[in-house]
Design a protein around this ligand. Sequence first.
Ligand code: PFF
Length: 469
Amino acid sequence: MSTNAVITLDALPPTTHTKPISSQKWSSHFAFVMAAVGSAVGLGNIWKFPYMTGTSGGGAFVLVYLACVAMIGLPILIAEVTIGRAGGASPMGALRNLAAKYRASRHWQIVGLVGALTALLVLSFYSVVAGWALAYVPVAATGKLAGISGAASETIFNTILADPVGQIGWHTAFMATTVLIVSRGIGGGIERAVTWLMPMLAVLLVLLVAYAAAQGAFLDGAAFLFAPDFSALGTEAVLSAAGHAFFTLSVGLGAMIAYGGYLPEGVSIPRTAITIAALDTLCALAAGLAIFPLVFAHGLDPAGGPGLVFVTLPVAFGGMPGGDLFGALFFILLGIAAVTSAVALLEPIVATMVERGFRRSSCATMLGLLCWAIGLASVFSFNVWSDVRIAGDERTIFDWLNLLTSDILLPLGGIAIALFVGWAMPLRALGGEIDLGPRWLRAWRALVRYIAPAAVAMVLVSALMGAAA
Ligand code: PFF
């Protein structure tokens, strides 16, 4: 038994290194909920959910997505937070601690390692898309959106994409902010940002829905979102819905394990998880209700892809009184919502390295630089490398990073996390962390033990076989 993998894992430092991390706690239950909501609500809700709904045919996708959030995402969110609080460390450390405690294989910590690599890849393109939001702040503030048509809005977006230097500037600003926050340690900064700014974003979203209801083709938009046409739904779309359920709740790569590590005893994990999932879902649906009525009213293409929100909402801001101000504010808040998610992507990796004795600020800076460099590939996907195809199909490098993480790595990570709590942790230990009655606890365990892993694995395999055929 002396394979390389075993030697490497044996050489890891002892678990006592985890103490300094878990001794740092959220200042209150509310603070944890806000930080977790901050991590969940981000570009996934406002940028990705609407465009995926658009490319996947609408209502049927939304329905499958909602089912996946409730039946797969939520149980796995509970699982991640539980691992974090019970293991009291970074994702790798928590899995290692718990595996040792319950005599399971130490190889479970590989799940934490793969999660960290996934987080790096997600953060690399997440930062680029957040950069697009920031690029719109000066555009809106200087009145350039006033009265624009759908076509003019498309031109503005395409101009942003065509300019690698500008995009790199915004991508750099965004990544630097994320690094700065993580360097200082989570807590104060994130808590405050999320407590004040996320509700403001929610208010603006409601305002946009009201505008779409008054000025857009509201019934067409709502019908597109909520009237399911299952004939339009293929296996790949089902996989995307499942993958997006992971992405939007920030599960499958260990972020919620890291956040759970800072969660005080006595806070109800299931109740907290339900709150997070509910607020996250409301935000996504509100974004959809704000966007699709405008898409149909302005002759835009619902299947327009990643640019959908950036093309659609400026038309709304351009048409409303005070739109310069609201538009600028909206994109600032979207950037902030993205930062609170980006922090959750970087934190688990940094926490892992801090446990190994590295300085927090050095790790944050080095890892931020690495993500920044990988992010350049996404920037170039829209201009200098727009012709580059890795796999002979339509997809650019950006598309591949998006697909690989959301549709493959997050579902795989989710399956592994579900299996870990379902099989490696005894029911009594779980009952000690999760304050559900015995029946609900068993039902939850059946979900993470059998149903969620089997369902995700089936969808994953059939979609991959379909894609290969
Ligand atoms: N949940 C975030 C969003 O919807 O924008 C993205 C995300 C953050 C995914 C943190 C994963 C993660 F660990």
